[in-house]
Design a binder for this molecule. Structure first.
Ligand SMILES: Cc1cc2nc3c(=O)[nH]c(=O)nc-3n(C[C@H](O)[C@H](O)[C@H](O)COP(=O)(O)OP(=O)(O)OC[C@H]3O[C@@H](n4cnc5c(N)ncnc54)[C@H](O)[C@@H]3O)c2cc1C
Length: 351
């Protein structure tokens, strides 16, 4: 009896994990590879010194509009729970009330959702796919141990070869040309068209930590969106309000996409010197309390955060001649967490 080759999914972010679960539930063999140390990608939760003091550095929450997504979310509880019905929006001349639409989050941190979805999957972390070539059986992947994309991170062992019946690539769409160039694959015209329609904003994220009771206080729900061209901030949220951080609190402050693009080469001190006073002004406008300076302030730099322009289909299916599907939140109309899930489901259907 011949053992069927697996579908190999490159990337254990939400797209890859949802796709893997759908394929495995349908009885297909699947292997998921990720260059990072743990699954999640942009669902990222960091400890600030101890496990009870966590903060989400990437996605903070998600909304649910599609019926198929709503069904999945019900199966994910209590790893995810409702948080609130929207956030105040701070504009130059007014503060708009929350829009009333439900928002969800993960009380153990957004990376807990990735860990939940990864259970029972053949997931191999710290594995960078450095080669992808057509093979009579489908695809031949070269996989190197370690995150070879981070500057100076060496491979930690010999490269392996993996055969796949089909491959699903879930790296953020703007990274796809880099991988195609490294893998010596030509970009087909349909994919080039998608790339021209895609754009992701970067995000400079300040993590401000107050480890004691002398901490900021924001009115419920503990977060706000900012639509003020005079402020560098696009979003701020209390991690204690999400149940992630005790004692004290950590504020996550996301700079606006255009501000992040303009300032991404600046050092941490310069970024913090702009974001901390701006966050203080916003907390005070909300009627909250700003204590003294945070005990610790760090910057997390996201090269790709939100897809602000995406091609319409939920994934791109290429037959080269074996099947290669490109998926992720950069495809489809929903974007974000919901878009990643819908793209992952579409990719599973495509193979
Ligand atoms: C700062 C920030 C704030 C956000 N806020 C929100 C929010 O509030 N609400 C919301 O809904 N969404 C938000 N998002 C967006 C949300 O996080 C993403 O839409 C979603 O997580 C995308 O999942 P993904 O699997 O498509 O991509 P990713 O999470 O980027 O996963 C791709 C994975 O591929 C891996 N990979 C790439 N290349 C290779 C390779 N060659 N070999 C092996 N592995 C590889 C990467 O390590 C990564 O884990 C935010 C994102 C950021 C960064």
């Amino acid at each position: 009896m011949t053992i069927p080759l697996p579908v190999v999914i490159i990337g254990a972010g939400l797209t890859g994990l949802v796709c893997a679960r759908a394929l495995q539930d349908a009885g297909r063999p699947v292997v998921v590879l990720d260059k990072g140390r743990s699954p999640g990608g942009r669902l990222a939760t960091r400890w600030l010194g101890q496990p009870s003091r966590r903060c989400d550095t990437g996605a903070q929450f998600f909304s649910v509009r599609d019926a198929a997504f709503a069904q999945l979310v019900q199966r994910w509880t209590p790893t995810v729970v409702p948080w609130c019905h929207g956030f105040p929006v701070i504009r130059p001349d007014a503060i708009l009330p929350p829009d009333g639409h439900p928002r969800w989050h993960a009380p153990e941190g957004m990376s807990a959702l990735a860990k939940h979805l990864a259970q029972g999957l053949d997931l191999r972390c710290e594995r960078t796919v450095t080669g992808l070539a057509p093979d009579p059986a489908g695809w031949r992947l070269t996989v190197e141990p370690g995150d070879l994309v981070r500057a100076g991170t060496p491979a930690t062992g010999p490269a392996e070869t993996l055969l796949a019946s089909a491959v699903i690539l879930t790296a953020p769409v703007p990274q796809v040309p880099m991988w195609f160039a490294r893998w010596d694959l030509d970009i087909p015209p349909a994919l080039a068209e998608d790339l021209a329609k895609s754009h992701f904003d970067p995000c400079l994220c300040a993590l401000l930590d107050w480890p004691t009771a002398d901490r900021p206080v924001l009115p419920p729900p503990g977060a706000a969106r900012v639509e003020d061209p005079a402020s560098p901030v696009g979003w701020l949220s209390s991690q204690a309000a999400k149940g992630l951080h005790t004692p004290g609190d950590a504020l996550v402050v996301h700079a606006r996409g255009d501000w992040s693009a303009l300032h991404q080469k600046e050092d941490d001190a310069t970024v913090l010197a702009a974001l901390i006073p701006a966050a203080k002004a916003l907390v005070e406008r909300l009627g909250g309390r700003w204590p003294g300076a945070p005990a610790e302030a760090t910057v997390k730099r996201w090269k790709y955060s939100l897809a602000v322009r995406s091609p319409k289909p939920r994934c791109r299916i290429l037959n080269l001649p074996a099947t290669l599907v490109i998926a992720g939140d950069g495809y489809g109309e929903a974007g974000r967490v919901e878009g990643a899930v819908l793209s992952g489901l579409a990719a599973a259907q495509a193979v």
